[in-house]
Ligand binder design. Sequence first.
Ligand SMILES: [Zn+2]
Length: 483
Amino acid sequence: MTIDVDARTSGGARSSVGARLADLEISRAWLVDPASGREGPGEIVVTDGVLEAVTWLEGVEAEGIDASGVIVAAGFIDLHAHLREPGNEDAETVATGLAAAAHGGFTTVCVMPNTTPALDEPSVLARIRDAAAASGLPVALLAHGAVSAGRAGEQLAALGELADAGVVGFSDDGAPVGSASLFRNALAYAGMLGLPIVDHPEDAALTEGAEANEGLIATILGLRGWPRAAEADAVARDLAILADVVGDVPGARLHLTHLSTAASLAHVRLAKAAGLPVTCDVTPHHLALTEEWLAGARRWSWEALDDDGVARDHWRDGAITAPPFDTSVRVNPPLRSAVDAAACLAALVDGTADAIATDHAPHAEVDKAVEFGLAANGISGIETALGVVLAAVDAGRLSLATAIAALTTGPARVLGDREPSTRGLFEGESANVVVFDRSATWRVTPDALASKGKNSPLLGRDLPGRVLLTVAGGRIAYEAADD
Ligand SMILES: [Zn+2]
């Protein structure tokens, strides 16, 4: 395998972030292209930023190339990231968030509107776009507008104006749309605009003061329980309203984000079978981490199940290797059981879950260096997503093709396949490509993370799949330093 990068700024300098790729040739790599349903040995050529040729190798030419080395895939698309600007630039800025995305292999990022002020009218979107342009980073920034004015859950935001300004969906994420009638109106109006409502399903009446997934571990740790039913009943409500609205507004669409329980995924599975226009995503942390991490376990979710899918006894089998109450694992929805995590993986395999979204939630240290119950919810996860997902692939829980599809074509479909940055390995268009080495690991450290948010429970861990190069819109978004 060879990677021959030749990028020039207009002055002819060597490669640098933001520069247009003059020439890129990657020969003898493993290509994964879910858009065509194909993976195998191949080569790509990028000239002046345009993906000029994708060549699949066969016979003797393909000998010695397998899926364990350098992988070339379409750039990843994150449906759910918090870049904190405007309002909380101590935690993240658009510039640091986009740099983190590029380091994670993402070439398109959809930002959530829970900024301060909320992204509930076009001028806030303009500010965020200005910050993206000023960053010089080529990662495509898309945005969800707020469902309600100020995300207060009382009146609809200016959905039409936001749609005209180019938002890709509407969400009050951070919080659910609590009012069923507001949710109903939002689905109908957004549907007429051809856009989805992206709901964070949580019945707030069941989660007041909640700290950890309800169950034995929460009880032993003395943490207030966060019932699974709080998610499943919100999902059921949303689906019931969708079924109603879609009769009047055929364009109505619902996307449920960060589903974390077997029960809520079962609801979506049935709804899809019934033909409802619903999609959903799961996060890397909900498919790979579990509630036992709150007690100090650090094994992957699949390592916490025996061969029959029954949870192994963490208290007796020596799984506790870190101190309890690490606030980096406080997240909304909470880390669940190993059985729920297995359900998230199974949902990706059977197509119930359309995408893996990171819910990248960087926080300033001051918001995490407090007692567990007072810590801000969220994990800084856009840079570790690929490694976590590859760990599941290495363990045989997902195929590489399914994992890559959940990071590329799956989210592109949720976005209506309209965004030019999400078309995959498409010859003749600006290149959106990630190149990573499955056989190389990298250590997650505060310095290794481009994000300002160092709130990762994976600090100190070696993850598979070092990103070598991310090309977004034909320009270099990230290039690994030479060893
Ligand atoms: Zn959320």
